[in-house]
Design a protein around this ligand. Structure first.
Ligand code: MG
Length: 264
């Protein structure tokens, strides 16, 4: 199902080949809904001891409902998200996640795939040299590795994410910067620079905070609503110009974009 706001087409018609950029979430926005997210990718792979899987899953089962609860106070939620990621990072340290593990994990099997039509969309905007910015509360090392093995390391990409820091033996000792979680993305938002418009893509209502400094009418916001978050459908419809259910891909968005840009 695809729901478009009445003024979406009009907003889109303002775009030219050099007046916009893209800011997007990674996990389950670019990747398909049945992909494992970067934070879950080490789980159940036999790469770290079983105790890691067990402890990681208990954290997930405790914190994921908090992340999705629309009725919880934002500050409480934010604190919980910080705790979650810090505790998970502690598990990486405790069970000594290494640089090699990041390579190993992608050789196991296909745990991540792109959302349908993404590669065509990506290729189209890359050919036009549109700046492509990824803001992810996931783990940047896995994200980049995934793009690399899929030959998506194009020039005009910028990635803001949680990048792991390793000791001299290549074991995780922390993150390189402050931790980005799903609710504090506004602290790491892409500010308006050279382009007047932005196409924003996400799969959480809070992803709307990934940009700063644009008038609302210059943000074309597109969301894929996760199956387990349908209770927030009304918020998605309020905030985003296009709302797609989880089974949808990038085809329709690419078609709309082409219909505007190909004639300019
Ligand atoms: Mg996501």
């Amino acid at each position: 199902m695809i729901i478009k706001k009445d003024n979406y087409k009009e907003k889109l018609s303002k775009l030219t080949k050099d007046n916009f950029n893209i800011v997007t979430d990674f996990d389950r926005t670019i990747t398909s809904s049945d992909s494992i997210a970067t934070w879950g990718i080490i789980n159940n792979r036999g790469i770290l001891p079983n105790e890691y899987d067990f402890e990681r899953n208990s954290l997930y089962n405790y914190y994921r409902p908090i992340e999705l609860d629309p009725n919880l106070d934002e500050a409480v939620k934010m604190g919980a998200m910080e705790d979650w990621l810090n505790k998970h990072l502690d598990l990486f340290k405790k069970y000594e996640l290494s640089k090699d593990n990041i390579i190993d994990v992608f050789s196991v099997e296909d745990m991540m795939t792109f959302r349908k039509g993404f590669l065509d969309f990506f290729k189209y905007v890359d050919d036009l040299n549109i700046p492509f910015n990824i803001l992810s509360a996931g783990i940047g090392d896995f994200l980049l590795k995934f793009l690399e093995i899929n030959n998506c390391s194009f020039v005009n990409i910028d990635v803001r994410s949680n990048f792991l820091k390793f000791d001299r033996k290549d074991i995780v000792i922390g993150f390189k910067g402050p931790i980005i979680n799903s609710l504090n993305k506004q602290m790491f938002a892409y500010e308006k620079e050279d382009q007047d418009y932005v196409i924003l893509l996400g799969d959480q209502v809070s992803d709307i905070m990934m940009v700063k400094g644009y008038p609302r009418e210059n943000i074309i916001a597109i969301a894929f609503v996760p199956d387990d978050n349908m209770q927030e459908m009304e918020s998605f419809k309020d905030v985003f110009d296009v709302v797609l259910t989880n089974d949808e891909g990038f085809d329709e968005i690419l078609k709309d974009l082409k219909s505007v840009l190909d004639n300019k």
